[in-house]
Every structure is written in C-alpha cells, then in structure tokens.
Design a protein around this ligand. Structure first.
Ligand SMILES: Cc1cc2nc3c(=O)[nH]c(=O)nc-3n(C[C@H](O)[C@H](O)[C@H](O)COP(=O)(O)OP(=O)(O)OC[C@H]3O[C@@H](n4cnc5c(N)ncnc54)[C@H](O)[C@@H]3O)c2cc1C
Length: 418
C-alpha cells in the first residue's frame, strides 16, 4: 500500500486515477494470532494499530461481523471534546484530544479533525456557577476552557434564541475552543489502513459466535469462518458487549440502548461551532456538506435494534427549535440509530476480566467516539503488557464491586424536564 501525499495525488491525477490500491488488505483468518480483537469499530481498529505501532505486536487480527465502519463509529454525531470534571476522566479525555490533534499525520489519512470549538449553554445562574467550577478544574489540568456571559454568547452564536419569549433564557456558556468534530468513517478507514500497513489482518464478514477454552483460559474464538487460536482476546464490540460477555460466561453491569442521530437538508454555512443545549439533552453541528447534524436523548427502552422511534424524533426536534427557532422550516433528511452499552456510572470499562486471557473494552455510552484514540492506546498497552495504563486506572471492572464509581455523565440531563 502506497503512502498518501501531495505527490501521489498528482501522480494518480496525471494517470486518470486508475492506479489507486485498496486502502487495506482483505485478509483471511490464519490458524492463530498473538492477539485477536473482536469488533472492527473505531476502538478495535485503534487498538490493533497501537499494538503494532507502539508495542511491535503485529500478529494481530481484528474480526468484524459486518463491515468496517458499519457500527457506532459510523453512526455517531462526531463530537470531540475533553470538558470532563472528575479525576480519571479529565486526564483520559484530554490525552485523547492530544492524539486527535496529531491523528491525520500519525495515520497518514485525513480524518478531517476540525477544532471549531464547542459551547454548552447555561440557563440559570446556578448552572453557570457549575460550569465555572468545571472550567476551573479543566484549566487546573491544563485544558482550555472559557466561561462566557450572555452578551459574549450572543456575539458568538447570534442565531440562538435570545428573545424575551425564549423557553429557557440563556445566561452564558462554557466554551472549549479545541473541541470539534472529525469525519467518523475516515477514522475507521484511517486506523484500518494504518493497522493493515503494519501487518494486522482485518477480517470483515467474520462473526465471533463463541470462545475456545483450555481449562479456564480463553485460547481462541469460534467464528462463522472457523476456529481461530489466540494468545489474548480483546473485546471491543460497543453495543454488543453483554452478548459477547455472556458467551464467555460473564455477567456484565451493562444495558444496551438505542441512540439516534439526525441530519437536515444541506444549507449554507450557518453553525460555526458545536453547540450543546444546557436546558435539555440536545447537541448540534454543521457538516461540511451543509447538513445540520444533531442528537438528543436515548430511546426510552433497552434494544438491539438499530432503528429509531418517532417519539424521540419529536422530542429532539422540539429541543432544536427551542434553541434555534430559525431552523424550524428546515426539512429533516434522515435519521438512524446505534446501539450503545451503558454502565451504571456511565463511564467506560477498559479492564482485564475474571476469565483468563479475555480483556474488555466497552461501556462507552453516549460518548465513545471522542475516546477512540486514547481507548485504543490504553487497551493496546493492556493487551501487550498485561498491565493497566495509569490513564485508565479508574475504568476497571472491579469498581462495580468496590463502589469506587466514576459517576460523571450518569446524572444525565434534567429530570425535571422529562
Ligand atoms: C447516534 C449516536 C451518536 C453518538 N454521538 C457521539 C458523539 O457525538 N461523540 C462521541 O464521543 N460519541 C458519540 N457516540 C458514541 C460512539 O459512537 C460510541 O461510543 C463508539 O463509536 C463505540 O465504539 P466503536 O467505534 O468501536 O463501536 P462500533 O463501531 O459499534 O464497533 C463495534 C463493532 O463490533 C462488531 N461486532 C459486534 N458483535 C460482534 C461479533 N460477535 N463478532 C464480530 N464483530 C462484532 C460490530 O459489528 C461493530 O462494527 C454516539 C453514538 C450514537 C449511536
């Protein structure tokens, strides 16, 4: 596979663009690998890449039941930020942000990372106080954060509802200028290509249906393409973590929920930032094609179906119009759903499991896209060394037994609005 560069672009342009090669090899399963990663989403592919790049472990396979990028990595609203509050989350997500900042260069693939800034609106003096607390914590960890008053927000995003009749008047906002978005498919393709260049086998259309054991230890997997041996197995299957966990005999503290995303017809450039509505669970940005991309709450029941229901559609559109009345006549182009695994404290799990040889990466809830680089980095460290990287000490499975929870996002939006 050739390197992408301005020269390769010019060379291919001059020869009619007929010489481009596949972005990654279409591999077939070998009898065994040092490491098997189940799940060819962002986290699984990033793990494979960093295993090869950082630890020289190249006898690796990523097994994907569908196609690369068909899961949540290609279904999310692409918001990337590191405005967390709790020790454990703050450092991890900021590390991820730093990896995002160099990712296109590291992968030799343009992931279209756009640091357009994110602001979260505050709708009461108390909420603005809470944001000031968060901003102080962020700054003391070396992360950029600004508190804006009502006039500053109005100057930045005049198209929000600042009228006397606004449903929840805007008091101010917290702003992170380095936050932004990336092209989600490109993240999957970029990691797949870079991992494949290092010799990793990316095997699409290969569903894991069970585990091979030697006494208590996992020594491989059963798949729709036969048995494959493995020294270690890493699970990175997003919304299907509990399904795979059950196959290995694990009862995991995880529920699966559906989250929808929405996109409008394209319009001229209007929204320059990522905007989150602090009065309800709603967030929005504008894609390079011009569509407004947005999302809100989970569907209110557990499900493995990747479709959305129309009740949430209505709720999310109501929040959109309460925040930005000027988009009320835009047509909705499409909406889709992705399944996410939710833990009781809404923080992820990157951890060894009680089953020897089996390691777990899951529980990313609403927010795993932004975590993709750091998650892969730390999971690769765990699979290569058998040790927990200091950045993920808070993400152990054991915390649900000991009670040392990282309960940050678990509070959810405002119960009084529901
Ligand atoms: C609508 C929506 C909006 C979101 N918005 C954001 C956002 O703005 N910012 C953010 O940070 N996060 C967001 N998220 C969350 C984020 O997308 C996920 O947390 C993250 O992408 C999950 O990790 P992943 O990419 O590896 O998962 P996936 O891409 O889902 O990868 C898991 C893969 O495992 C495969 N798999 C499952 N079972 C098996 C099996 N038995 N054998 C083989 N393969 C298997 C699946 O096919 C899938 O491809 C959003 C999620 C959704 C659904």
């Amino acid at each position: 596979m050739g390197r992408y560069s301005i020269f390769s672009l010019l060379r291919h342009a001059a020869t009619g663009n007929r010489g481009w090669q596949r972005a990654w090899r279409a591999a077939s399963p070998k009898p065994s690998y040092d490491v098997i990663i189940i799940g060819g989403g962002g986290h699984g592919l990033a793990t494979a890449f960093y295993l090869a790049e950082n630890h020289g472990v190249r006898n690796v396979a990523v097994l994907e039941k569908g196609y690369i990028g068909g899961g949540n990595v290609g279904r999310n609203t692409t918001v990337i930020r590191s405005n967390y509050l709790l020790d454990g989350n703050t450092q991890f997500y900021e590390y991820s942000m730093k990896l995002w900042e160099g990712l296109s260069a590291a992968l030799n693939f343009n992931v279209m990372f756009s640091q357009r800034g994110q602001l979260v609106t505050a709708h009461s003096a108390d909420q603005l106080d809470a944001f000031a607390h968060r901003a102080n914590i962020m700054r003391s960890n070396g992360i950029d954060a600004d508190i804006l008053d009502r006039q500053q927000v109005r100057k930045l995003v005049p198209y929000l509802d600042f009228s006397e009749t606004a449903r929840f008047p805007i008091h101010g906002a917290i702003f992170q200028g380095r936050a932004g978005t990336a092209r989600h498919d490109a993240v999957a393709w970029g990691y797949a290509r870079a991992a494949s260049c290092h010799g990793v086998d990316i095997i699409e259309g290969c569903e894991v249906t069970g585990f091979l054991r030697d006494d208590e230890r996992i020594v491989g997997v059963e798949t729709t393409r036969g048995h494959i041996g493995a020294g270690r197995v890493g699970l990175a299957v997003a919304g299907h973590t509990s399904v795979l966990g059950q196959m290995a005999g694990l009862e995991l503290p995880i529920e699966s929920h559906l989250l929808q995303a929405f996109v409008t017809e394209p319009v001229k450039p209007l929204v320059n930032h990522v905007i989150a509505y602090g009065a309800d669970h709603f967030y929005l940005s504008q894609s390079d094609k011009g569509g407004l991309v947005f999302g809100g709450n989970l569907d209110g029941y557990n499900s493995y179906s990747q479709r959305g229901n129309t009740g949430v559609l209505r709720e999310v559109c109501e929040a959109a119009i309460a925040l930005m009345p000027n988009i009320s006549r835009l047509r909705l182009l499409r909406h889709w759903g992705g399944i996410m695994d939710m833990t009781p404290d809404a923080s992820p799990i990157i951890s060894p499991t009680p089953v020897e040889g089996l390691y777990l990466n899951g529980g990313w809830c609403y927010g795993g896209f932004k975590a993709t680089p750091a998650s892969g980095w730390c999971f690769a460290h765990m699979l290569a060394t058998g040790k927990t990287h200091p950045l993920i000490e808070g993400y152990g499975l054991d915390r649900f037994r000991t009670g040392y929870l990282l309960d940050e996002a678990g509070a959810g939006p405002f119960a009084w609005l529901q």
